[in-house]
Design a protein around this ligand. Structure first.
Ligand SMILES: [Zn+2]
Length: 682
């Protein structure tokens, strides 16, 4: 093990085309904040970096839609996001943004260094160009017909109907989203990072080197990427919004956002160093620095494979020691979705629940999606507050402080004679700093917080068992001991809860008149001196009423209704057909015999069906809406005489019929009663 002198901790740069929601917080920012607060309390040197990712095509699309500049869009969301983080106590040392000049310089220099040292390859390819707009078109700016499924609104990078990844040149009848004209192919030169050249190194560094210490979900994704074979990846693109490529021959080109964004961590460090008259280099270049990236699972390939390859190609940088990526958080059983407004937005939470930042932090950590996807519900949020924070933690502290004021005027009593019970409590208490710390160091934040609550439980149980309120008359000396010990537990709690519940920690330390203590002091039984004065009791948590929760649930129900209303927009009737035309369609009831996911696709399932005529295989784009096992045995409607087509290596012969919502959700069609396989529909 190397001797670690300092920690560089980064958290994924949120994309500045929308505010942040609880999924982002649970996945990245709350765990990262717990980690850095813990390190700081241990006296470690830490730099916690965040910032907004402000380049890329989606921002330009949003700007065009709203008739404003991309800068307007990123200014708006950068401020909302930054403010949300501040309000929730996410303790960045710097929260920067990639539109800052320091970042443009740093990213351009990084590119230039790789270019000058022969680490990039050049390729000339043909790209679609809009002759009226005088612009090369980003894939998202080209629409056309999907060659796989016939969807007329496929994008140049993907067909959202069938999930197939496309090249813009695959599209039938391509159109520019800028002018509506048919684009022309034109030659353009770009620079690529040859990821394939790092294959052997990645196998050694990740597959052998990090098998034991990286999360299995992270390791598994890396392994699958490496084993699929890595390809050279374009570093530059034709676009006006972004970091300009620092070469004369690259007029009108910018760095790809995946390339410039992670360099943003380095740029932010430089900005921080400048403000603090410090040197940025040790944080990124010294071997005794530990680099940790906090991200969500959609970012694994960029932080575990691509960014490390960039750092390796450059040669002057350290590599991440760990990348504790989380899985996804759902909301009330449904995927969080910005476009469907299915989210709890951080800035709205702060407005609706003033002073309750810690309740959200606590709930999100207690359900943190560390090993698998997790679900946030308002009922659970209420229960976590009322039954845990309030009933255990808050209740214990409040009873202790209130009794101390009642019996001793808030002066901490001497510890008198201790029984075996007190000795046992004190022994147990000592274990908590290590036990919680051990979990945090292994990125098990959920478990760490559960341990913290065990300390609160220990105190609460001690007080309930010893019942000082009943003993004050007959044995006032022992009551002093009980409250002295209870107050010491409160003091420990105030130290050990700080990474998780920073606002509560502050409040509690104020009540106890406890100065900032370090992590190791937690668990000690002499943190508070007898004879010193407590401040008045204050509630740490308050009950969250049913009405409050009902309001939030109603807000979500309204969103659902609004989505349904939006879905009610019906497509106008199509052109008339004759009965003969209809007769040509051979639609039948078929039974699904087997179903499985098609590898490397998100949306496709391979189905084996009994059509009554034969048994055949077809490909269907419903994997996002149905698990394979749900479909087996179901009778569904199918167009059986559709011309066969080869999709992902399978000859698909026919098409399962589905109803589609305006938001693209698919639902299979079933006969109302069981019928014989092969029954025709007429
Ligand atoms: Zn398609």
């Amino acid at each position: 093990m190397k001797d670690i002198k300092r920690y560089t901790v980064t958290s994924a740069l949120p994309y500045a085309n929308g505010p942040v929601h609880i999924g982002h917080l649970a996945g990245v920012y709350v765990p990262a904040d717990i980690y850095v607060r813990y390190l700081r309390n241990n006296g470690k040197e830490v730099l916690f970096i965040g910032g907004s990712d402000e380049h890329g095509v989606p921002i330009t699309i949003k700007a065009r839609k709203e008739g404003v500049t991309p800068q307007d869009i990123v200014d708006r969301y950068h401020n909302i996001i930054k403010n949300s983080f501040e309000q929730l106590g996410i303790s960045f040392d710097i929260y920067s943004r990639t539109s800052n000049p320091t970042h443009h310089e740093t990213a351009a220099e990084f590119f230039k260094f790789l270019y000058d040292n022969g680490k990039l390859i050049e390729k000339t390819t043909q790209h679609y160009y809009d002759e009226e707009a005088h612009e090369f078109l980003a894939d998202r700016y080209i629409t056309g017909t999907c060659p796989q499924c016939g969807n007329e609104h496929a994008y140049g990078d993907q067909c959202e109907a069938c999930g197939t990844s496309l090249n813009a040149t695959d599209l039938i009848n391509p159109k520019s989203a800028l002018s509506g004209n048919t684009p022309v192919l034109k030659e353009t030169k770009h620079w690529y990072l040859p990821l394939n050249e790092y294959d052997a190194w990645l196998r050694e560094w990740i597959l052998q080197g990090h098998k034991a210490d990286w999360r299995s979900t992270v390791y598994g994704q890396c392994k699958s990427w490496i084993e699929q074979g890595l390809q050279p990846r374009a570093v530059t693109r034709d676009l006006s919004w972004g970091v300009k490529v620092p070469l004369q021959e690259a007029e009108g080109k910018v760095l790809y956002v995946w390339f410039d964004a992670p360099i943003g961590y380095i740029s932010a460090t430089k900005e921080w160093a400048e403000e603090h008259h410090a040197d940025w280099k040790p944080w990124w270049q010294d071997q005794d620095t530990k680099l940790v990236h906090f991200i969500g699972k959609d970012n694994i390939v960029f932080h575990c494979i691509i960014f490390p390859c960039m750092l390796k190609a450059h040669g002057g940088y350290i590599l991440p020691d760990n990348v504790p990526a989380n899985e996804f958080l759902n909301l009330e059983g449904d995927k969080i979705s910005t476009s469907r407004n299915w989210a709890v937005w951080a800035h709205e939470y702060i407005e609706d629940f003033p002073g309750k930042q810690d309740v959200l932090r606590y709930t999100l950590t207690s359900i943190a999606p560390e090993t698998k996807d997790a679900d946030f519900t308002w009922a659970d949020f209420q229960a976590k507050n009322n039954n845990e924070l309030l009933a255990i933690f808050g209740n214990f502290v409040n009873r202790t402080v209130v009794l101390s004021h009642k019996y001793y005027g808030g002066i901490i009593p001497e510890c008198g004679v201790m029984t075996d019970y007190e000795n046992e409590i004190i022994e147990k208490m000592k274990e908590f700093p290590n036990r919680i710390g051990e979990c945090i160091e292994h990125y098990k934040f959920r478990e760490a917080q559960a341990e913290l609550m065990n300390l609160a439980r220990l105190g609460n149980k001690y007080l309930t068992d010893t019942e000082p309120w009943k003993k004050q008359k007959e044995n006032p000396e022992y009551v002093k001991t009980i409250l002295h010990v209870s107050l010491q537990i409160c003091a420990s709690l105030s130290i050990l809860c700080e990474p998780f519940l920073p606002f509560t920690a502050k409040k509690l330390q104020k009540i106890l008149n406890l100065d900032n203590k370090c992590w190791k002091d937690g668990g000690k039984s002499d943190l508070l001196k007898a004879g010193s004065q407590l401040n008045p009791a204050e509630y740490l948590f308050e009950k969250i009423e049913d009405e409050t929760i009902a309001k939030q649930v109603k807000k979500l129900e309204d969103t659902k209704k609004a989505n349904e209303t939006a879905n009610a927009d019906v497509i106008p009737e199509k052109e008339q057909v004759s009965f003969d035309d209809f007769q040509k369609m051979d639609i039948r009831v078929v039974t699904v015999l087997a179903a499985e996911k098609v590898a490397k696709t998100k949306k496709l399932l391979k189905l084996k069906v009994n059509t009554g005529i034969d048994t055949r295989e077809i490909i269907s784009g419903i994997a996002e809406y149905y698990q394979p096992e749900e479909l087996v045995g179901k009778q569904v409607l199918m167009l059986v005489n559709l011309a066969p087509k080869n999709i992902k290596g399978v000859e698909s012969h026919g098409m399962v019929l589905m109803a589609e919502n305006a938001d693209g959700r698919l639902s299979i069609m079933q006969p109302e009663k069981q019928v014989k396989e092969g029954s025709t529909v007429k």
